[in-house]
Design a protein around this ligand. Structure first.
Ligand SMILES: Cc1cc2nc3c(=O)[nH]c(=O)nc-3n(C[C@H](O)[C@H](O)[C@H](O)COP(=O)(O)O)c2cc1C
Length: 450
């Protein structure tokens, strides 16, 4: 347990903030099933849907601390990325919640975090983003090269916020460095560590497997709760990951996007999930970005897009401009058309095997195309294939696992999974000039010397 005494303004009185396991249990309710921070995808409406299907803790998308904290430009940006006006984001229905920032300036990070502290349970720092934009903006995983700065970013929040600070990071190439990095973050004051078991070079086609052995080593080396992230696509992966890493919780990003009921151990009809999500969007006063809606609808319906290209194109053609109500109605109409076709296909399959969920074989299972399921992207073209990028550390480098399970036991098809939007989405997003990278680039250009 980690205690911090906070001085209360001019009164001189002090109050104690909970840390580590006390915070994890008493404030967060001991979450095991965690939905990851996802730019343009872990927005309020999605958080509500995910909680309904078993998520016990959800993170906001990453927010640029520098832009969020700017007094004059801040208002519009704040309303867009974390709306504190309507009382829904960070409200009673949106807890437990951790707000994530990216930053490289401790003072700006503190200013941003102080704005959101009444509306969340903790503030997380993104130390994992591997994208070029993060390299240029000097945040995310590129701060692995400046441990002093990472220490300062965490410590300033630890010393000054009324709520805990947490950190999400990628592993380093060696387990010894990863463990030392995690221990440094714990010393700085991080009260939960989320360890993504991929290095910063493991992205795109080189994504490969997350190294659960590294996560297990981190878990053994620190005394604050650890969330394990990476390689979780099916319910069985959740169980295996908890067992293999000994982590306190499992965080899912892509698995959750393609099946938000992952933690509920079910694979509902994806089009019903899409309608449920759109209904939540409609009910909220907080505006859901049209780009987020499109991303979710595309991902949910992914298993049926290939066989229904006319409907896929209809979704692609929705502009997202105009009244949100009208935009949502456009999506609903196409999703209902999908629904009719999916019911027809399910009816036609009847009792045949292809209409049933199959057993998990070599890390993959047959799931009918009308049900929500993980998406396996095609692997890289042969010329680009590299030898396995992820190796478990030698057994001698690690204390024995208390719970068994190892990286090498992971099924090969998981290696095909990589991060980022798939082709139809990418093309559509590009057309709209609103891709994740472009928007992030724009944000970073606004606030950071590149
Ligand atoms: C669409 C998308 C957006 C993401 N945005 C963020 C983000 O805002 N902050 C962050 O720390 N990680 C972000 N990530 C990375 C995920 O949180 C997670 O670490 C990574 O996808 C590995 O988990 P997975 O194997 O469950 O997908 C994002 C991932 C995806 C797919």
């Amino acid at each position: 347990m980690v205690d911090v005494m906070l001085r209360d303004g001019g009164s001189g009185s002090t109050s104690r903030k909970l840390g580590g396991y006390e915070f994890y249990r008493e404030v967060l309710g001991s979450p095991k099933f965690v939905v990851a921070p996802m730019v343009d995808q872990s927005e309020l409406a999605w958080r509500i849907l995910s909680r309904k299907y078993g998520a016990q803790l959800v993170y906001t998308p990453m927010i640029s601390a520098k832009t969020f904290a700017v007094p004059h430009a801040g208002d519009k940006f704040r309303k867009k990325v974390f709306d504190m006006i309507h009382g829904e984001e960070g409200g009673a229905e949106d807890r437990p919640l951790i707000v994530q920032f990216c930053a490289n300036d401790p003072e700006a990070l503190l200013a941003a975090a102080q704005i959101v502290e009444p509306f969340c349970d903790a503030v997380d720092i993104n130390l994992g983003c591997p994208q070029d934009i993060a390299r240029k903006g000097r945040y995310g995983s590129f701060l692995q090269d400046d441990w002093d700065l990472v220490y300062s970013l965490i410590n300033i929040l630890h010393e000054n916020l009324r709520i805990p600070v947490t950190a999400k990071f990628r592993v380093l190439p060696s387990v010894e460095r990863t463990v030392a990095y995690a221990q440094m973050m714990e010393r700085a004051g991080a009260q939960i560590l989320t360890c993504h078991g991929r290095t910063r070079d493991q992205r795109g086609h080189n994504s490969g497997l997350a190294d659960w052995a590294q996560i297990a080593a981190v878990k053994r080396a620190v005394s604050v709760p650890v969330f394990a992230n990476g390689n979780v696509l099916y319910w069985e992966d959740v169980e295996r990951c908890l067992e293999a890493t000994g982590a306190d919780g499992v965080m899912s990003a892509e698995g959750n996007l393609y099946n938000p009921a992952l933690f509920a151990r079910t694979n509902p009809a994806h089009w019903t999930l899409a309608l449920e999500y759109l209904e939540i969007v409609k009910q909220l006063k907080t505006r859901t970005p049209p780009s987020a809606i499109k991303g979710h609808v595309f991902k949910l319906l992914r298993p049926a897009l290939e066989g229904n290209k006319d409907l896929r194109n209809k979704i692609g053609a929705i502009s997202g401009r105009g009244e949100l109500e009208d935009v949502v109605k456009e999506y609903e109409d196409v999703v209902r058309e999908f629904g009719e076709r999916m019911e027809r296909d399910a009816g036609a399959a009847g009792d045949a095997e292809e209409g049933k969920i199959g057993p998990l074989l070599d890390g993959k299972r047959h799931i009918p195309h009308w049900l929500a399921q993980p998406y396996f992207r095609p692997g890289p073209p042969p010329a680009q294939q590299k030898p396995a990028a992820v190796k478990a550390p030698p057994a001698s480098a690690l204390p024995p696992l208390s719970t068994g399970g190892e990286q090498s036991a992971l099924p090969a098809p998981l290696a095909e999974v990589e991060m980022g939007p798939d082709k139809p989405e990418r093309e559509e997003l590009k057309r709209k000039n609103s891709s994740l990278e472009e928007r992030e680039a724009k944000r970073v250009r606004e606030v950071s010397p590149v």
